[in-house]
Design a protein around this ligand. Structure first.
Ligand code: HEC
Ligand code: HEC
Ligand code: HEC
Ligand code: HEC
Ligand code: HEC
Ligand code: HEC
Length: 388
């Protein structure tokens, strides 16, 4: 083979290889963005990295979307500052179920109706900057390899993908669709990461106080969290309860909303989670469902947490709630809401009882061991001096 035809052959091979992968970078953005040093420091001193790793990008959920379909305002190079991406933008992909151009617009519409939405256009919510945006919760997710999925979820395996390949002979096409389905057979975030995500705001006392809701830090004191920590696949995370079977992941509603999964009349359904991926409490009764999922945080007399304190203060001012101190002297027959005070005192007493018990036990054990050590030494010395 002559040198020239070898070159031609190589070029052809290269051409074929690249046409098999998705032609994401038709616009040549990676010409510059492939350099890992591309970035800058803004006026506030924050670092921005503008590097895009091509091979990771090609394994991500947006692999088939071209850069310019999201970053729509880039017309020439070098380009200046780039506008924020609108997740409702329509891309070249077509939804095969309806043959319509694809966008997240429908999803955004629903999201806006949830508690995290910005509220009606003419009357936006106060402190809208506290609300999560699409990119707060989502990055450009990478599809995990089949081997990793197979370890986590039943029914997913390399040999099943091989079966698809028996009919669908183009591997990249088959891979993409296999990942597309299997990725969605379960919640993608681990329960731990879900809790981290939601609590990044919902444990922020100031932020939550601005919106008149309690923080949920005590979730980490509950059995549910312990189960998550030790990897129980049935343990519920925030989404399991706040967007259970029958709700889309974004349809989180305030507890006052009749449609909310945590509206008082829907709690039995939520606890039982019939038909859900997680097996929960199929025999839940109304009284079971009244259980306190997010116990309040008080120390006796003091509030541990500013948001709770503010909320209680408002309730007391409105006359809906009696101050704690005046309650202590009264009988237990108080308004239903007040029961929580007593529950918390009992919980705290139990906590302190165990702290003293366990601390005392371990303390005594250490003292016992130390005394035992000296006694043994003395005994040894006595025996040795006798023998000598
Ligand atoms: C000629 C080189 C070059 C090309 C080609 C290029 N970029 Fe950039 N891009 C840069 C540089 C340099 C920066 C940093 C600009 C700055 O600091 O203001 C940047 C920044 C960006 C940013 C961040 C802007 C910001 O203000 O946050 C985005 C988004 C971006 N590019 C997208 C793209 C897309 C999409 C394409 C392809 C359509 C592309 N770029 C092509 C050089 C390039
Ligand atoms: C599905 C839509 C989508 C696609 C496709 C996409 N991006 Fe982005 N990109 C985003 C979003 C969202 C952000 C976050 C900033 C924002 O909200 O505008 C971002 C941010 C960036 C940034 C700036 C990072 C920073 O720290 O500010 C760069 C650079 C960038 N993209 C380059 C690219 C390149 C190059 C491609 C093609 C390989 C690409 N993007 C494809 C949605 C997209
Ligand atoms: C027995 C052969 C066979 C096997 C095995 C098979 N498919 Fe298919 N697949 C087909 C045929 C034939 C069609 C077209 C069916 C139609 O249009 O009604 C199709 C259609 C599809 C489509 C729709 C494509 C479109 O654009 O309309 C997807 C996606 C798909 N298969 C993915 C898979 C995946 C993933 C697997 C493995 C889990 C798989 N297939 C296993 C034969 C097979
Ligand atoms: C409060 C956090 C949060 C916000 C804000 C949010 N999402 Fe989600 N979204 C989730 C969770 C949780 C899921 C369930 C997926 C999982 O982790 O398995 C999800 C699922 C999705 C899915 C389904 C595909 C998948 O990967 O499972 C899409 C698409 C999506 N979100 C798009 C959006 C868009 C567009 C916005 C902006 C309007 C948005 N999300 C805002 C938390 C959020
Ligand atoms: C086992 C189910 C379950 C889990 C898991 C769960 N919640 Fe809840 N959540 C509820 C129920 C039921 C209520 C309403 C009853 C109440 O006030 O205690 C509620 C109430 C709330 C409220 C409203 C508080 C108020 O008084 O306005 C917020 C905010 C909240 N949860 C966030 C979260 C976050 C964040 C997580 C994850 C760390 C989480 N939840 C985990 C069931 C759950
Ligand atoms: C970026 C911050 C942020 C993140 C992340 C976030 N939230 Fe929220 N959430 C808020 C704010 C702010 C409100 C109050 C909205 C309002 O005032 O209408 C709220 C309200 C709620 C409520 C309604 C409480 C009630 O009864 O009024 C629930 C339930 C809730 N969030 C659950 C979740 C869950 C579950 C997640 C994780 C998937 C999550 N949130 C992630 C900021 C956040």
């Amino acid at each position: 083979m002559s040198r020239r035809s070898l070159l031609l052959f190589l070029l052809l091979l290269l051409f074929c290889m690249s046409s098999r992968a998705y032609a994401v970078d038709e616009e040549n953005c990676l010409l510059c963005h492939r350099y890992s040093g591309l970035g800058r420091i803004d006026k506030e001193g924050r670092k921005h990295l503008y590097y895009v790793n091509e091979s990771l990008y090609n394994q991500s959920v947006h692999a088939k979307v071209r850069c310019g379909e999201c970053h729509t305002d880039i017309k020439g190079f070098p380009h200046g500052t780039v506008k924020k991406v609108d997740c409702a933008a329509v891309c070249h992909l077509v939804d095969p179920s309806s043959n319509t151009p694809f966008s997240h617009a429908k999803m955004i519409e629903k999201f806006e109706l949830s508690v995290h939405g910005r509220g009606p256009k003419d009357k936006p919510k106060q402190h809208a900057e506290d609300l999560p945006t699409c990119t707060y919760c989502h990055d450009n997710r990478i599809y995990p390899p089949v081997s990793k999925l197979a370890k986590q979820e039943q029914g997913i395996a390399r040999e099943i993908l091989d079966r698809c390949r028996g009919c669908h002979t183009r591997d990249d096409w088959t891979n993409v669709f296999y990942y597309h389905f299997t990725e969605r057979l379960n919640q993608r975030r681990s329960s731990k990461r879900m809790v981290e995500l939601c609590t990044s705001c919902h444990e922020d006392e100031e932020k939550m106080a601005r919106h008149n809701i309690k923080t949920v830090g005590t979730f980490r004191d509950t059995f549910h969290w312990q189960a998550i920590k030790y990897g129980d696949p049935n343990a519920p995370n925030c989404i399991t309860c706040h967007a259970p079977v029958g709700y889309f992941s974004h349809e989180i509603m305030p507890k006052t909303d009749l449609r909310s999964a945590i509206y008082k009349d829907n709690l039995v359904r939520t606890c039982s989670n019939q038909g859900g991926v997680q097996a929960c409490h199929p025999d839940a009764t109304p009284s079971f469902a009244q259980g306190n999922i997010h116990p309040a945080q008080y120390k006796t007399g003091f509030y541990e947490n500013k948001a709770d304190a503010l909320l209680r203060k408002r309730e007391i001012e409105k006359g809906q709630m009696k101050p704690f101190q005046t309650l202590l002297g009264q009988t237990l027959k108080v308004a239903a809401g007040d029961q929580r005070y007593y529950q918390n005192i009992i919980l705290l007493l139990i906590k302190y009882f165990y702290m003293v018990l366990i601390g005392g036990l371990i303390g005594c054990m250490i003292v016992h061991q130390v005394l035992d050590y000296f006694a043994t030494r003395r005994e040894l010395r006595r025996v040795v001096s006798k023998v000598l």
